[in-house]
Design a protein around this ligand. Structure first.
Ligand SMILES: [Fe+2]
Length: 386
């Protein structure tokens, strides 16, 4: 275990269950909300849960303005455009309904409303001190865990990089509502990529150098829940029980990874996403098996626990044999979900590998990743994934 003093907290109140978005009725009354600023994914605006949410607002006589021009990996310009609309609204609460991009845009609006300036001013750790507008988040993917995580990611298109804005106490939503009805309309491929991303959050947080017994407990349960439900959920997003379990599991991992940091999968995926112009979920999913294999020798004991969480029978095996069961289960999970098995199949070319390896080495993930990874190691990892 890490010799530093570690901490755990979750400032978000979490409601979970089928139809739990109806809790909005109580929240509106409890908070005496008369006006709300809604940030929603454009595709969600046409769904039954959005209609239901609109009805709740109308029934409770809550005025609302809607911003729905969200693109994947939202840019600073998008956040500032949303904030321009917000300035006319001046609502005291933000409601975000969508995936990580939508929730991160909602977080950005809340930060600007209370702290002023430009969103790029807040890149880094705890760069603002005034609590942002309270955020009610209804995730529509089982993926990022942004509703509870300490970070929001905004793309700076001028500099061509993703800014991570982190604040463990002020960045999570005030309230998260995990309602599987919100996941019903997800396309299968998006559901698969987001779900593997969520699994990677739990896995990388569990083996992180900053893990602690509380995050370990949450991550093991998150991996168990996901292993039991991920295939069923991806094959049928209207299976509300599987959807609820996936929403809860991705939420658990969202709580933990903001506290422990992530590892080589997310490190590599950052640059795969930027070079190949593919989603965060897909870039993580393609890098996952190679990075999981590389890290195995750093902590076979924990890998063996992952194998058990994934439903593998490790009776009579040595620790290393049990650890390899986890790696094999991870590979099989990605295969079953139809994840492309090579970077070359998602647009990477051989000439990109050295630059991505160099950027990965300089990105500083060795402070969390359990096995120290050199430039040469990253190059080998990219070659293996290629
Ligand atoms: Fe992620």
């Amino acid at each position: 275990m890490n010799a530093n003093i570690l901490s755990f907290h979750c400032p978000t109140k979490i409601y979970m269950g089928i139809n739990s978005h109806q809790k909005l009725n109580d929240i509106i009354k409890e908070w005496k909300i008369e006006k709300i600023f809604v940030v929603a994914d454009g595709a969600i605006v046409k769904t039954e849960i959005f209609e239901s949410m609109e009805k709740i607002l109308k029934d409770n006589k809550v005025a609302f303005d809607l911003f729905s021009e969200i693109e994947p990996d939202p840019s600073a310009a998008t956040v500032e455009k949303a904030f321009d609309l917000y300035k006319k609204s001046q609502a005291p609460v933000v409601l975000a309904m969508g995936g990580g991009s939508t929730m991160d845009t909602g977080k950005g609006v809340g930060i600007l409303a209370k702290n002023g300036g430009r969103i790029a001013d807040y890149e880094g750790m705890e760069k603002y001190s005034i609590p942002p507008l309270p955020l009610i988040a209804i995730p529509t993917t089982a993926g990022t865990g942004s509703e509870v995580s300490a970070s929001c990611t905004i793309t700076d298109t001028d500099r061509g990089l993703k800014m991570s804005i982190r604040h463990p106490t002020l960045n999570p939503a005030r309230i998260a509502i995990l309602d599987p009805i919100a996941l019903k309309t997800l396309p299968a491929s998006v559901a698969a990529h987001a779900a593997v991303d969520a699994f990677v959050h739990a896995f990388e947080s569990y083996i992180s150098l900053n893990a602690n017994p509380i995050t370990d407990a949450l991550n093991l349960h998150a991996m168990e829940l996901m292993s039991q439900n991920i295939r069923q959920f991806v094959s049928d997003r209207t299976d509300l029980e599987a959807g609820l379990n996936m929403a809860c599991a991705s939420n658990l991992a969202g709580i933990t990874f903001g506290l422990t940091g992530l590892g080589n999968v997310h490190c590599m995926a950052r640059f795969v996403g930027a070079f190949c112009h593919v989603s965060h979920g897909l870039s993580n999913a393609v890098c996952f098996p190679a990075a999981a294999e590389f890290n195995l020798i750093a902590n076979p004991k924990k890998y063996a626990r992952v194998a058990v969480a994934m439903g593998e029978n490790i009776a009579g095996l040595t620790e290393m044999e049990a650890a390899e069961k986890a790696f094999n289960a991870i590979k099989l999970m990605c295969l079953d979900l139809g994840i492309p098995d090579k970077l070359r199949n998602i647009g990477a070319t051989e000439d990109m590998l050295a630059e991505m390896a160099e950027l990965s080495f300089k990105a500083g993930y060795n402070k969390w990743n359990p096995r120290y990874t050199t430039y040469e190691d990253f190059l080998e990892l990219f070659k293996k994934a290629y």
